[in-house]
Ligand binder design. Structure first.
Ligand SMILES: NC(=O)c1ccc[n+]([C@@H]2O[C@H](COP(=O)([O-])OP(=O)(O)OC[C@H]3O[C@@H](n4cnc5c(N)ncnc54)[C@H](OP(=O)(O)O)[C@@H]3O)[C@@H](O)[C@H]2O)c1
Length: 282
């Protein structure tokens, strides 16, 4: 693994704090983007069955010449496959598409509490099975609210190592993060740049100008100092490097507070609410 900071997970493993996300990167562009991310210094790639580009992520890992153990790869279960036997088949397909014998982290992508009779617990038990047989090193969830996490805690043997949720200055998602902190579940911040919106914010631009940094670096540094795993998406190699260059400066308490003050409550959420989201791919 590179010199990038790592965060300890509740299963004893370590996860690189900065990673490269490939949501909305077309399959035809993914291998190039991931290769450029490796060149820029990323060693942690976030994909998902529903992104349709696992095959190309695997190709880029093989083409990189990096040892498999030098790269941390996360993927996620499709919303279509929560039933245990479907999840088993889908995970086989994930490993086949990636061309790996294991992933580093596998997540339930959405809880879907209005589908499958509200049963994400049996899905979680299948992920525990994948971890026991060594085909994923760590297991976690994505878009789980506190109630969903409490159910897993009450009804299963393993707490998720991570919860990947929407987090950015307009929607800091602090209640779910606090639950994670109390229970040893690492928060991974998706849409860390509010899908590009924060770059236009005058309060962030003012801090960036004062520190001689870019707005994206200020926001990503805020995430890093909050202790979350963070993974901005970009198709540009120059921005990939810019988004990694976060360790030569620090935000003081006033700057951290100024970013916290940008939160907009529920109105700041960009993505769907996990309690009601029920989209399933064909
Ligand atoms: N678990 C989930 O349900 C879920 C949901 C959504 C996303 N995610 C994950 O989160 C990752 C990131 O989220 P996201 O793609 O939604 O949003 P994001 O990373 O917050 O923002 C991406 C946008 O910011 C722009 N950008 C990135 N770096 C920049 C820079 N240095 N300067 C200026 N603009 C910059 C990108 O433009 P260019 O590409 O043009 O540079 C793109 O338009 C995804 O790739 C995915 O892996 C997970």
């Amino acid at each position: 693994m590179s010199s990038m900071p790592g965060i300890r997970l509740n299963d004893g493993r370590t996860i690189p704090q900065l990673r490269f996300g490939v949501f909305q990167i077309a399959p035809s562009d993914t291998a190039r983007a991931v290769s450029e991310a490796f060149e820029a210094g990323y060693r942690h790639i976030d994909t998902a069955e529903m992104y349709g580009n696992e095959r190309e992520v695997g190709e880029a890992v093989r083409a990189s010449g990096l040892e498999r153990d030098a790269v941390f790869v996360t993927s996620k279960l499709s919303n279509a496959f929560h039933r245990p036997d479907d999840a088993r088949r889908a995970f086989d397909a994930t490993l086949t598409d990636l061309g790996f014998d294991h992933v580093d982290l596998f997540l339930i992508h959405w809880p879907l509490p209005t589908l499958y009779d509200g049963d994400f617990v049996s899905t979680w038990r299948v992920l525990e099975e994948f971890q026991r047989d060594g085909r994923t090193r760590s297991i976690g969830v994505s878009n789980f609210e506190i109630g969903h996490l409490e159910r897993l805690a009450a009804e299963t043997d393993t707490l998720p190592a991570v919860n990947q949720i929407e987090v950015h200055p307009y929607f800091p998602n602090d209640a779910v993060r606090a639950y994670g902190q109390e229970h040893g579940i690492v928060t991974e911040a998706w849409a860390p740049l509010a899908q590009g919106e924060v770059m236009k914010d005058p309060a962030i631009s003012a801090i960036a100008t004062r520190l001689g940094r870019s707005p994206s670096q200020v926001v990503l540094r805020w995430h890093v100092q909050r202790g979350d795993v963070v993974f901005p998406k970009t198709s540009s190699p120059a921005r990939m490097r810019e988004n990694l260059d976060l360790f030569e400066f620090e935000l003081g308490p006033d700057d951290m507070a100024a970013l916290a003050a940008l939160q907009q409550g529920a109105a700041g959420r960009i993505g769907p609410h996990p309690d009601t989201f029920a989209w399933v791919p064909d």
